[in-house]
Ligand binder design. Sequence first.
Ligand SMILES: Nc1ncnc2c1ncn2[C@@H]1O[C@H](COP(=O)(O)OP(=O)(O)OP(=O)(O)O)[C@@H](O)[C@H]1O
Ligand SMILES: [Mg+2]
Length: 711
Amino acid sequence: MNIKYKAISLVLTVMSITLFIISIQIFLNEEKDFQLFVDNNHRLIHETYDLAEIRIKEKFLMHLNTLDVAHIKELIETKQRDKLYQKLHPIYNKLQASANKSLTVYSFYLPDGTAFLRLHKPEKFGDNNYETRHLIRKSIITKKLASGYEIGKFGLLYRIEYPLIQDDKLICIIDLGIYFNEFDIYLKSIAPISSVSILSSKAQKRLHDSDFNYSFENSSFIYGDKIATKLFDVPEIRKNLREEEVIHYKNYVYSIHIVEITNTSKEIIAQRIYFSDVTKAYQHRYKTVIIHIIISLITLLFTALILNKNFEIILGQLLTSENHFKMLFENMKNAIIVFSVYDDTVIYKNINQSAQKLLGRDKADVIGTSLNESTFLPKADCLTKAIIQVYITREAIQHPCIQYQKDQISSWRENYIYTLSNNEIVVIINDVTQQKQDEQIKQRLQRSLHEKNALYKKLTLELDSKIQKQTGHMLQQSRLAQMGEMISMIAHQWRQPLASISAISGTLSIDIRLDEYKKEFFLERLDAISELSSHLSLTIDDFRSFFKEDKEMEVTDLEEMVNASLRIIGPVLETKGIRVDTSFENKDKFKTYHTEINQVLLNILKNAEDAFLEKKVKDPKIQIIAYAQGNNVCIDIKDNAGGIPEEIIEDIFDPYFSTKIKKDGTGLGLYMSKTIITEHCGGSIKVKNINDGVCFTLILPLIIKNHKEII
Ligand SMILES: Nc1ncnc2c1ncn2[C@@H]1O[C@H](COP(=O)(O)OP(=O)(O)OP(=O)(O)O)[C@@H](O)[C@H]1O
Ligand SMILES: [Mg+2]
């Protein structure tokens, strides 16, 4: 849902609900107010009624108190009615004027209850009201003012019985009868009131029996104003008067107040019904509520409109997403089939385009048919079982790969089966033929790779052994070459001692022949020969040890190894004027292949000798320095034979690389040296040109690890 619409509709809904609640609240308050208004009206009418009674009494008494009691007494005692009439008539007029002409009875009664004078019309007198008129009797007995409602011959009246007393003696009773309109004047001054009076049946009867001609044929009311009479005439209103507090008539609303009029005997003699017009107050109650309800309805209308708009948007979105789904469904590469399950029957519900291709049928031909009975899909039984399983368990399954034959071609497919929320089953068929074929090719390739690997390993092993053999052969070759060199060295070293032995033995043989040999001299010479012989023997030992098979490591140090080499080549170098300087900063003992390192040293020294000769260096010099470096010991062998050209310096360790064409060099010397140092002794050999020559550095580990045997 669009957030903007959502927010607006939410705000409007909250607003309309709030307004609605406020309206109800106001309505309830107004209802209360209205009820209060009606109650107040009630109270007001009752209070005003009481007040009116007091006022009326006051008004009349004000005039009656002005009467000349003594004179009246005299006139009564002398029965001078005419004089009394004349005397009292002005007061009657005054009373009538102040009572708005509602004074209908004004008569004089004697203490025995007989009528003495009547000032109102008809001016009859002489009847005795003592027994029938309660109030007159009460006033006669008590000699006090008595007032109340009574039914007289003229109808329902408010009566005031005023006793004229002189010297505590009752002279007469002045009887006043007043119509209700005098009360109503007070009430109407307070509120718009209409009234009607109903008499009790007893009262009605009394009036009926009188001389006056009143008609009660259809109505029980006696008198009332226009509106009240009209309202009272409506049967429904009259019927419900006692139950209802408020009545509706046409466009008006009236509150009803019933005042019960009782006589001195507390009998209800009449009811006065007041209709108070409360239309305005009643309508006011609704105005605010109606406005609020209208606003709430308008707000609700807006909400509905917005929701409707929003609904349209959602509908649009739904249609779009349905279209998207259709496109997605139809254009999927995988075949998708939707099934429904009824008992044990699986029915085609929908298929996409890929499925149509796969089944070789149109959608219309397939939908509605049963999977078990149709032959569209191979191995349908198997798929049916899987679908029913998913239908029951509701758990998706990856149905295993199925192989099938079509047009004598093997194909494979894989099914993914799951349930939709509406219990329909979706089967996604994935054609994995290509994948399977690729897998088969891959397996074949892997097999052939394994075979080739095995062959390669075999060949490598053969090659390794061949190389090893070759290396051995080269080593042998190199040794043989060295041996040639050695023989010349032995010859060189033996030449001088042999010449000395020969010279000594010559001297000794001459001495013997001359028979003049001295024993001491002879012994001395023989000792010299013996010494020379042992020197020769030592030389041979050195050479022999050089060619000895060096299979075991020996504990040695750099100085010992360098000296062993120099004992062999040193004399030759000396003869050729080559100076050899040694310096041994390190004398650590360590285990290594002593003889083989000697071979390396000889190779390097011999190469230096060759370079000196070739370059005809004037002051040939070799410097051998032994020192330690971390866990290694190192030997630098420097010469001043001019160095190796930079363009070939990286090739000198290659087999058969030699620049000594004239001398017929094998080019194996340095190759074998590198092989011995790196592979056999676990060290390394480096070369670099220095100022006037070259420097070879042998780096040997104090402890040899991972060395190879050299044949
Ligand atoms: N000290 C050196 N000064 C100048 N050139 C050198 C020196 N040592 C070696 N070389 C060069 O390195 C080449 C290879 O030496 P290596 O010992 O392997 O073979 P070679 O000496 O030529 O032959 P062989 O050792 O069989 O006599 C030499 O031919 C030479 O050119
Ligand atoms: Mg060499």
